[in-house]
Design a protein around this ligand. Sequence first.
Ligand code: 5GP
Length: 118
Amino acid sequence: MSYDNQNIFAKIIRGEIPCKRVYEDEFALAFHDIQPEAPTHVLVVPKGDFVSFDDFTQKASSEFMVGYFSAVQKTAALIGVVEGGYRIISNHGADASQSVPHFHMHILGGKPLGKLLP
Ligand code: 5GP
């Protein structure tokens, strides 16, 4: 699947659509999910043309990968979920119901999250 630079997260990174920003650096932008599925639900989006986790891990440089995953950790610390616990989810493709074709990780927390799948 080729990258579509008109996807909603590309527009958010470019500042064409607003977001509730939590953290930003050269590698990633983190912001609150518009339809939260837990008391805390933040998305961490890399600043690069990556369709999904699968695409990201094949194409991103080692330096970029480390920078991105570090941004995920910094975001989790900033939103205060480290002590209580949090879950990271990334959906790739149709069976996972990926809805935005720009790689992102969901950070979910703020309550006991129960089983991995409903
Ligand atoms: P996916 O299904 O691709 O793993 O997750 C996409 C997530 O993006 C969903 O949880 C959805 O609520 C969120 N989302 C979709 N459009 C927007 C938007 O315009 N702004 C924000 N903040 N989140 C969005």
